[in-house]
Design a protein around this ligand. Structure first.
Ligand code: SAH
Length: 213
């Protein structure tokens, strides 16, 4: 597993592209500048690792586009020691970004192959999530709730209720909502039953699958 000067240079170009597209959070840009994204992808795609594009990983899934990762992470407003739940571990790239920002990360993945692969891979790179879970993100993680923030990295046909109820007061849920195309949506919990909702334009994700699929 190598990270060369060439990779580092390409990464800085990617950071510049994300800045030009409107990402402002220096900590988020810093994390993307540090994480060797090429190591999260199959070797056939190494040359593409620092393009601002999504790419296939195992089990018919994708590693999200860097802009999308940056956009969602910026909306979370992570501060060190925040307790964060991620739905859709996938390659672990988004997990690594959250770890680098100092979050205590819990991440759920429903594809066993990806869960196994990423559980072995992340610690090798030095990214230690609090817990990677093989399970269904629709039900969240009641045992560890409440969370400072929750990020969903697959397209949700609707907003799962457990995710809203597992937020702290003041907590933030970032979730792409929709079928073919998703609207990036931020919920901020203002009280036991009050949520503020903001929408941020359209994105495309692989679907958040329910048990029956
Ligand atoms: N964060 C990932 C994105 C992976 S794509 C990355 O940076 O690579 C979305 C992931 O969500 C896929 O790995 C998919 O298997 C997973 N997923 C889909 N439905 C799910 C569900 N109900 N619960 C948990 N994970 C799910």
């Amino acid at each position: 597993m190598k990270d060369t000067f060439k990779h580092q240079g390409l990464r800085q170009q990617l950071v510049a592209i994300l800045e030009a597209k409107g990402i402002k959070d220096k900590n988020v840009l810093g994390a993307i500048g540090k994480i060797p994204r090429h190591l999260f992808m199959d070797s056939g795609f190494l040359d593409h690792a620092y393009q601002d594009k999504a790419f296939p990983i195992a089990a018919d899934q994708t590693i999200s586009q860097p802009y999308t990762v940056a956009f969602q992470t910026e909306l979370l407003q992570i501060t060190p020691d925040d307790k964060v739940l991620e739905i859709g571990t996938g390659s672990g790239y988004q997990t690594a970004v959250l770890c680098l920002l100092g979050a205590k990360v819990y991440s759920i993945e429903r594809q066993h192959e990806l869960y196994k692969k990423t559980s072995k891979f992340l610690p090798k790179l030095g990214y230690r999530a609090k817990k990677l879970i093989f399970g269904d993100g629709y039900i969240g993680l009641e045992d560890e709730a409440p969370f400072d923030s929750i990020i969903v990295t697959a397209g949700a046909p609707f907003v799962p209720k457990p995710l809203l109820s597992q937020l702290k007061i003041g907590g933030r849920l970032v979730i792409p909502v929709g079928d073919e195309v998703q609207v990036m949506t931020l919920f901020i919990r203002k009280g036991p039953k009050e949520f503020e909702q903001h929408e941020y334009g359209e994105f495309r994700f692989v679907p958040l699958l329910e048990d029956k699929n």
